[in-house]
Design a protein around this ligand. Structure first.
Ligand code: NDP
Ligand code: 8X3
Length: 250
């Protein structure tokens, strides 16, 4: 069995690659900082194919999938994990480059990888696309603006794929996590500011990358007759707030 995992160089993606490898799968581990895959290559040898890939580059994605070596070509599971948030400022002052970047990685990258891998899956009448969304795609919060938007896209794109793929045996799932520590998510969001990133998790017990990897693996290994559409998961220490109401002073 072959899994193609984007954003396998850090966080959820790395943990997911490791989980599938541990379970005996072959894994295409894609990302830009490809040297990060070296430890997996050392441990699992030929079972892992490190693939230098920027998912925002349409042609690069299409030709990478087209030119996969024979041992990795018949992808059984695509995990569209590459993504993240850039910035947490309010919409009225947000940096448009950050919004473009989020759209490029979380939307365009997701679409390019999916479109590249799907024809083979449909032809084989077998396959599973697992997209990593976020609770941010369902629940709004201040500063979530475009990030929430791109993850809402991930959710709806996943459901719409199911509609198109009816009758092909190809499954689609959107896994939508909340607060998770031990990844580079907040460091990326705060542009390398480790203090701000650490403050997000202070005094919490967030989910771990391994928790998400276990979930992705569980979803991928349900019987072929079962399609898990969506999984929303949060750290136990995270929940919902009342609606915010702005009150003027009397
Ligand atoms: P990390 O920042 O730890 O990892 C992000 C991964 O995405 C890296 O491997 C990075 O690889 C890859 N990536 C980023 N840009 C590109 C690109 N242009 N081309 C290819 N790969 C790229 O984040 P997480 O592991 O925390 O997040 C993984 C996914 O989970 C994201 O989609 C994120 O939005 C989502 N998520 C995260 C949550 C969290 O709290 N951590 C909660 C809910 C969802 P490289 O830079 O080497 O290319
Ligand atoms: C990451 C979770 O709550 O920081 O998608 O948006 S959150």
């Amino acid at each position: 069995m072959i899994a193609f995992i984007t954003g396998a160089t850090a966080g959820y993606g790395y943990a997911t690659a490791e989980k599938f490898l541990r379970e005996g799968w072959s894994v295409v581990a894609a990302g830009r900082r490809i040297e990060r895959i070296d430890p997996l290559r050392k441990e699992y040898g030929e079972a892992v194919l490190p693939l230098k890939l920027d998912v925002t580059q349409r042609q690069e994605v299409l030709s990478a999938v087209e030119n996969l070596p024979a041992a990795f070509k018949t992808v059984d599971v695509l995990v569209n994990n590459a993504g993240g948030a850039h910035g947490l400022g309010p919409a009225q002052t947000a940096n448009l480059d950050d919004w473009d970047t989020m759209i490029d990685i979380n939307i365009r990258g997701l679409m390019y990888c999916t479109r590249a891998v799907l024809p083979g899956m449909v032809e084989r009448q077998r396959g599973h696309v697992i997209n990593i969304g976020s609770v941010a795609g369902e629940f709004p919060y201040p500063g979530g603006n475009a990030y929430g938007g791109v993850k809402a896209f991930t959710h709806q794109f996943s459901l719409n794929l199911r509609a198109d793929l009816l009758g092909t045996n190809v499954r689609v799932t959107c896994v939508e996590p909340g607060l998770s520590g031990g990844t580079e998510f907040s460091e990326v969001r705060f542009k390398g500011d480790k203090t701000k990133a650490a403050a997000v998790y202070a005094g919490t017990e967030p989910m771990t990358a391994d928790d998400i990897a276990e979930t992705v693996y569980w979803v991928a290994t349900r019987p072929a007759r079962v399609n898990v559409n969506t999984i929303s998961m949060m750290a136990t220490c995270q929940a919902f707030s009342p609606f915010a109401i702005h009150r003027t002073a009397k």
